[in-house]
Design a protein around this ligand. Structure first.
Ligand code: NAP
Length: 300
């Protein structure tokens, strides 16, 4: 039986990965700060990966075949306000983990926001230019992973999904806002091509089976969408009132977190390995379908 260690296993992406690899018969281990009921107590390690001495808490007997490093600070404002802690977590910790797990396949989940968003349709060879601390620290993490000497793979991506219990992702925000009949704005000039978190387990498994070379790979939907269109499509699919959503142009104000406008990713390199990426329509339909069962099950 193969063992997969998922850092951030209780997060939006980690939860879906945990469920997928468990269903496929892997021995799943997880790291998070807080205890989570998603894994039995003996299969999870609750440590702060942004702390200096976290490595001392990882047992010598922890020898996974695959590590998926998905833990991160995903609140951009928090990153901006805590630069040292953020760099220690996203950059230093990634390097330490990649070195610690030299005998494993080490998959680092990065972000499309390593680009400045001036062009879009970015390939793995395009020049990065992160605009905020979250993005620059994640990009430093990429370098740490790739320079560690491990079998390291960087997946640049953007994700859509929901947490258990619900939190504040883009999807959760539009769902809760429209349920409460609140007026909201969606950025019409911000373009992305994210994937539903529920698709990553199979994509990552197929990726590993394709025996890729060490390096960077883009994972993204086969077409793009604006944030405004995304919110509207979710409203339609969830049968909520889309007229509560108004288009608005994102203008980066001085003093705020600067966000890129068009971070769409080109997935040709990963497609050459045989990976198939769903369209935005397929992503939104599957996300909403799964979410409807989730809210029914939990009585939300
Ligand atoms: N969300 C997006 O829109 C987006 C877009 C592009 C790329 N990504 C990347 O995708 C990955 C997954 O993101 P996500 O949205 O699923 O994240 P998330 O929902 O915010 O979950 C973060 C996970 O990391 C853990 N974590 C946070 N701080 C930690 C610490 N100091 N020590 C140990 N564990 C810690 C959390 O556990 P606790 O709750 O116990 O702290 C949780 O399991 C990240 O690497 C992110 O950079 C995300």
């Amino acid at each position: 039986m193969q063992t997969v260690l998922i850092t951030g296993f209780s997060g939006m992406l980690g939860r879906e990965l945990t469920a997928y690899f468990q269903t496929k018969g892997f021995n799943v281990l997880g790291i998070s700060q807080q205890h989570s009921k998603l894994l039995p107590k003996e299969k999870q390690l609750n440590i702060d990966l942004s702390s200096e001495g976290f490595k001392d808490h990882i047992s010598e007997h922890f020898n996974p075949d695959i590590v998926i490093h998905a833990a991160a600070f995903t609140n951009l404002k928090y990153c901006e306000e805590h630069p040292e802690e953020t760099v220690r977590f996203h950059s230093d910790c990634t390097g330490i983990l990649a070195q610690r797990f030299q005998n494993s396949k080490f998959i680092y989940i990065s972000t499309d926001s390593v680009f400045d968003g001036q062009l879009g349709n970015y390939s793995e060879l395009d020049k990065v230019n992160p605009l905020n601390l979250y993005a620059s620290s994640k990009q430093q993490g990429e370098e740490q992973a790739l320079n560690s000497g491990a079998d390291a793979y960087v997946i640049r991506t953007n994700i859509i999904g929901y947490h258990e219990p619900l939190k504040t992702s883009l999807f959760e925000w539009v769902y809760k806002s429209l349920k409460e009949e609140r007026q909201i704005n969606g950025f019409s000039n911000v373009l992305f091509n994210p994937l539903f978190c529920g698709f990553y387990g199979e994509l990552i498994e197929n990726f590993i089976l394709s025996k890729p070379q060490i390096g960077i790979y883009n994972f993204a939907a086969s077409d793009e969408i604006s944030k405004y269109e995304f919110l509207t499509r979710v409203a339609q699919e969830m049968k909520l009132n889309s007229s509560l959503i108004s288009p608005l142009e994102l203008i980066n104000e001085p003093g705020g977190v600067i966000r890129p406008l068009n971070t769409t990713l080109n997935t040709q390199k990963a497609q050459m390995l045989g990976l198939k990426f769903p369209s935005m329509d397929e992503n939104i339909k599957q996300l909403c379908y799964n979410f409807k069962s989730f809210i029914q099950k939990h009585g939300i």
